[in-house]
Design a protein around this ligand. Structure first.
Ligand code: ADP
Ligand code: ZN
Length: 732
């Protein structure tokens, strides 16, 4: 078999590296084509990443691929290069990285062509029909006649009306080369309404659009503007320019289910652009079709969440990452990539501008702007006449909160409702109460499998663990002493009940994961708020995701102290972002807004800086602290995590791993740990970690490449659950 090319194939398996195969006889598959290959004792679908002259495997062990699935490469060279880079950067198996980038049907080997299957005459078939060559086979000749009259071919339904037993005849015609099958993709785009006119841009918007439009090739922008300052409008204008030039725009958003308004706005503005929206409600086939339309260049706008960053683009022109600070851009398990960071890498590779937009940019992006690597564009003012909301602290040391609500906030709610405003209340804790306690012995009801307390869900009469999902009926009595149990603390369900009593008759919408099962649940609730029917809106983190509620005039933060003393070095940043995002919902339209913050620590420096001087000032101070402490973005981290059913094996594995790390070149980097995770036990497993901190990204990358190999070679590695997280966002 000498001379046969060796195919380097990525297969969705937890193995670092590719697998070598020989091409099926008579074929020469190219990088980007899929193959069906024998794998262990079964068959798998793989993607050719490269071809080579030689293999490290002895010829006797080289197997031949069974089938080439694509007539031409499905993934183009730039996309393959992106996946290869991501696999190396995140130290993750290339096969699993490729799997992330492909719709499920393609991973499972389905025909990539999604069009309707039609049968068509070939030129040979046409002459056969004209000369009556099939006259002695009546079904065949009827089919030929029908096909001769149909320029675009006929599908199975149409052929069935020609002859009931048409399939064997069609097969025979195909065998004789008179008929061929092909896919015909008729994309029925939404017959959209007439495009909604764009508002006249403000001077700041016009300047931002001009800068982005003028970018010649790769250029990252940080578009910083308070909520309601018109960032989305800037994206829309830049996208309009791309569409006019025949180029595609890729728009990444945190959670599509939570932002139906945004998607609707894109569709209204560009009814003919062929927007595709990659959301979790698509069927597998719809997802593949959307992917193909992006790949073929038919889709002018591609909107999607995290994994959409890998969508193939025929004519890329612009990448947008909306709410770039949002934690959902980082995948937290398996292939732990950051879609925001990959978006910037991809924009560089494609030579296109990338816009990172946020009212509360991540400290990483701000540092890049300060260093001049990203160009900063500011939208300082809100559109319309809306001014900045006025902020009041409710000092919980002086005012007792009943069911989570202190008197000054209750009074403010009443005032705003009377004035016709809507009220938004933020509490990032679902359920009725976070704790069930026995006052007799002081015990709380714990999850048996996590280091966590069970949360009371009163309406369902159950308690559940928000970490592992365990759930059981509410216990009657304290298991330790038989005393009566009391619900301590507030969740959204309890707040809802309290508001229902205080403001009975005022329509209320609760937005959290319990109240919004299913996508329609969210859309319908958001509609009730947007239309003004709902007067009080109460919810968790879901409220912070860029919704536009023009009628909201009062925002109440029920418990500012949650997270004020977090252990993670990013705790302050996240808290500040949430505050500013939630407060930003107040008074977006023409009415002045008010924000009430309930806290035991009104003098806390973080709250004071945020309220008095704003997010940017906060961020400056936070960056100075990070620099002094040597945290990112002034250092670069990776986390090796391990878990086991007992504490010892996880720690022992990590101790070995750390020792293996000490044997590598550790110039300019530090290894910390092993240490138990902040919440050590979760779902019955003990978790621990080793942190690597490096002075530069390249040092970290060099180290990880050798370290990962040595860790994988440890005898314990085979029977320990472990993972490597590069640029971790949560340090637990
Ligand atoms: P952001 O994305 O920063 O939250 P949006 O682009 O959603 O801001 O704008 C907030 C509101 O202001 C939207 O209702 C939008 O239609 C409106 N808007 C944006 N730009 C303008 C403008 N130049 N003139 C009038 N209204 C605008
Ligand atoms: Zn649990």
């Amino acid at each position: 078999m000498s001379g046969d090319a060796i195919l380097k194939v990525a297969i969705d398996a937890p193995v670092m590296g590719t697998f070598d195969y020989l091409a099926p006889a008579g074929t020469s598959p190219q990088p980007g084509q899929r193959l069906r290959v024998p794998f262990r004792s079964g068959k798998r679908v793989g993607v050719v990443l490269a071809t080579a002259k030689q293999s490290a495997l002895p010829a006797s062990r080289l197997r031949r691929a069974l089938e080439v699935l694509d007539p031409e490469p499905l993934l183009d060279a730039p996309l393959l290069a992106l996946l290869d880079w991501a696999s190396g950067y995140y130290q993750h198996p290339p096969g699993e990285v490729c799997a992330t980038a492909m719709p499920r049907l393609l991973r499972h080997g389905r025909d990539a062509d999604t069009g309707r299957l039609v049968w068509q005459l070939t030129p040979a078939g046409r002459s056969a029909q004209e000369t009556g060559a099939a006259a002695r086979a009546p079904v065949q000749s009827r089919l030929l006649a029908a096909l001769a009259a149909a320029a675009d071919g006929l599908d199975a339904d149409a052929l069935a009306t020609v002859a009931a037993r048409w399939r064997p005849a069609a097969r025979e015609l195909e065998r004789r080369g008179w008929v061929r099958r092909r896919r015909h993709d008729a994309w029925e785009r939404d017959a959209g309404p007439v495009a909604e006119p764009a508002p006249t841009p403000t001077p700041a918007q016009a300047e931002a659009v001009a800068s982005i439009t003028a970018a010649d090739g790769f250029q990252p922008f940080l578009l910083q503007g308070v909520t309601g300052s018109g960032k989305t409008e800037v994206y829309l204008r830049c996208i309009a320019g791309q569409l006019a030039a025949g180029r595609q725009s890729l728009v990444l958003v945190p959670e599509i289910g939570l932002t139906p308004q945004l998607v609707a706005r894109f569709r209204r503005r560009f009814p003919d652009a062929g927007s595709v929206v990659l959301h979790s409600g698509l069927t597998d086939l719809q997802r593949l079709q959307a992917w193909q339309r992006a790949r073929a260049g038919q889709a002018g706008i591609i909107i999607g969440t995290r994994s959409a960053v890998f969508t193939p683009l025929a004519r890329p022109g612009l990448i947008v990452v909306d709410e770039e600070h949002d934690g959902s851009f980082k995948q937290q398990d398996g292939f732990r990539y950051s879609a925001r960071d990959i978006a910037v890498w991809r924009a560089r590779q494609l030579g296109v501008p990338v816009v990172l937009g946020s009212a509360t940019p991540s400290l990483e992006s701000l540092a890049n702007a300060v260093a001049g690597r990203y160009r900063r564009l500011r939208l300082p003012e809100r559109t319309g006449t809306a001014g900045h909301p006025s902020v009041h602290f409710v000092d919980l040391r002086r005012h007792v909160a009943t069911d989570g609500l202190a008197q000054p906030l209750v009074a403010a709610i009443g005032r705003h409702l009377d004035a016709g405003g809507q009220v938004l209340l933020y509490l990032n804790r679902r359920g009725y109460a976070p704790t069930l306690m026995c006052p007799g012995c002081g015990q709380c009801v714990e999850c048996g499998r996590c280091d966590a307390r069970m949360v009371l869900h009163r309406r369902e009469r159950r308690i559940s663990c928000h970490h592992c999902g365990a759930s059981r009926p509410v216990p009657e009595r304290c298991a330790a002493c038989g005393g009566e149990l009391f619900a301590v603390g507030q969740g959204t369900e309890r707040l809802e009940a309290a508001l229902g009593e205080l403001f009975s008759g005022q329509p209320l919408v609760r937005l959290d994961r319990d109240s919004t099962r299913g996508r329609d649940g969210i859309a319908q609730r958001l509609d009730e708020v947007a239309s003004g029917r709902a007067r009080i809106l109460l919810g968790t983190q879901m409220l912070t995701k860029g919704h536009d509620f023009p009628g909201v005039t009062l925002v109440g933060i029920i418990d500012a102290d949650q997270g004020l003393f977090g252990t993670d070095f990013r705790a302050a940043e996240k808290l500040a972002q949430t505050f500013v995002q939630v407060s930003g919902r107040a008074g977006r339209a023409d009415r002045p807004g008010e924000v009430y913050i309930q806290t035991l620590f009104p003098d806390h420096p973080l709250l004071q800086v945020l309220v008095r001087e704003g997010y940017e000032r906060f961020a400056e101070e936070a960056l100075a602290e990070r620099r002094a402490a040597g945290w990112p973005p002034f250092s670069f981290l990776a986390m090796l995590r391990a878990e086991a059913v007992a504490r010892e094996p996880a720690l022992a594995f990590l101790a070995r791993a750390r020792a293996a790390g000490e044997d590598c070149d550790t110039t300019d980097l530090r290894l910390l740990g092993p240490a138990p995770a902040p919440m050590e036990r979760r779902a019955g497993r003990y978790r621990a970690q080793v942190l690597v901190e490096a002075a530069s990204r390249s040092r970290l990358q060099q180290f990880l490449a050798t370290w990962r190999e040595r860790v994988a070679a440890l005898p314990e590695a085979g029977h320990t659950r472990w993972s490597l997280d590069v640029d971790p966002v949560d340090l637990f």
